[in-house]
Write a new protein. Structure first.
Length: 375
């Protein structure tokens, strides 16, 4: 009887255990089973790019009856190196072959101002090292060619869009060779700071010392919770800029501030962007400003954007109208693919650029048709 009672109690206890823990009868997997070896193809991404653009300047076309044409084909390769629990490093390379005919000074193609008919352009060529020191996310290193750590361009991919941000006018290029540290300064602030070569759009080394450059900006939690981006930036050193001084290094300093705010609505998101910068090139003052408004419909199939930009330079201590760059833009875009994160893009865009004043040239109005695909 005693054994029967003990058995009954044991069965009841087991039943209660199974009722409270549905996984109690699941046996653990064999500990000896090893993880499958990782292949070099893991975390390897390859993407292609096609770009076509035709632009007609109203004044220019009346004189030459010629169109500006640009056709390019490119690719991007990205490789991440990781374990089962963390990403250690990454490599990225992006380049394209470009053909240009009857080049015009348009903000939609900043690399084309002094380009040859055929060019091979390197956009990104860098290596990232993640979390070599400190807590995850605090300290990362990047070495190679990438966006300058100044202004909103550092966190905005504009290499395929007609509208560009300020850095191409402020520094003569939006990308440069660099060694940069970046990460989270606090939960709500991110930083990027380092040394850039100052090689200009043609990637030259001609005795310049390079520049120290950095930005302190709002972090991802602020963007996700409030739709807000912004920061302050600074740069000091020497750089090459064939648009300002073709044969000598330019002693440069800049200070800038930027802000971008997204407003969600039933009609789709509206985004307002502003950038401003001041500084000097060899003791001559420089001022730059940009304002931009964008709309994207809820289905991410139609977009519209307007932009105003202006840059002024001093000559012999006085503002020079001849060195001013002042433009407005209006762009209408029809998207066929527009994935969040820019993993795949496909669109046709129509643009109008009114050049109120550009260096060494008079006013003109440019009309552009652009086709772009990245997949």
């Amino acid at each position: 009887m005693k054994n029967v009672i003990s058995g009954t109690i044991a069965l009841s206890t087991a039943a209660m255990t199974l009722a409270s823990d549905p996984f109690a009868d699941v046996e653990p997997a064999a500990a000896a089973r090893a993880l499958s070896p990782r292949s070099w193809k893991d975390d390897l991404l390859f993407r292609r790019e096609i770009y076509w653009m035709t632009t007609a300047g109203r004044e220019d076309f009346a004189e030459t009856h010629d169109l500006y044409s640009r056709v390019s084909a490119g690719f991007e390769v990205q490789k991440r190196f990781s374990t089962a629990t963390r990403t250690l490093a990454a490599l990225d390379y992006q380049g394209r072959v470009v053909y240009r005919h009857h080049i015009l000074d348009t903000a939609g193609d900043p690399m084309g101002m002094d380009a040859s008919t055929w060019e091979y352009e390197t956009h990104n060529a860098y290596a990232d090292l993640y979390n070599p020191l400190g807590e995850p996310g605090r300290f990362n290193l990047r070495a190679g060619r990438f966006y300058l750590p100044f202004g909103l361009n550092y966190q905005t991919d504009t290499h395929g869009t007609l509208l560009q941000l300020s850095n191409d006018r402020v520094f003569g290029t939006e990308r440069d060779w660099q060694v940069t540290a970046y990460g989270e300064a606090t939960r709500h602030l991110d930083y990027a700071a380092g040394y850039v070569l100052g090689s200009g759009p043609e990637q030259e080394v001609d005795g310049q010392k390079g520049m120290a450059m950095g930005r302190l900006g709002l972090g991802s939690p602020v963007l996700f919770e409030r739709g807000l981006e912004g920061g302050v930036s600074a740069a000091y050193g020497e750089r090459i800029d064939p648009h300002v001084a073709p044969t000598v290094a330019i002693e440069t300093w800049r200070a800038g501030a930027d802000l971008r705010k997204r407003f969600d609505s039933a009609l789709g998101p509206f985004t307002i962007t502003g950038e401003a910068a001041v500084g000097e090139d060899d003791t001559e003052g420089v001022w730059s400003g940009l304002a931009q408004a964008e709309w994207l419909n809820p289905g991410r199939r139609w977009g519209m954007a307007a932009q105003y930009s202006r840059l002024m330079r001093e000559t012999d201590g006085e503002e020079s109208r001849d060195d001013a760059d002042e433009r407005t833009h209006l762009v209408l875009t029809r998207y066929f693919r527009n994935e969040i994160g820019n993993a795949a893009l496909h669109w046709i865009a129509l643009g109008v650029e009114r050049q109120m004043q550009i260096p060494e040239d008079g006013p003109d109005t440019l009309f552009t048709v652009q086709y772009y695909r990245y997949w």
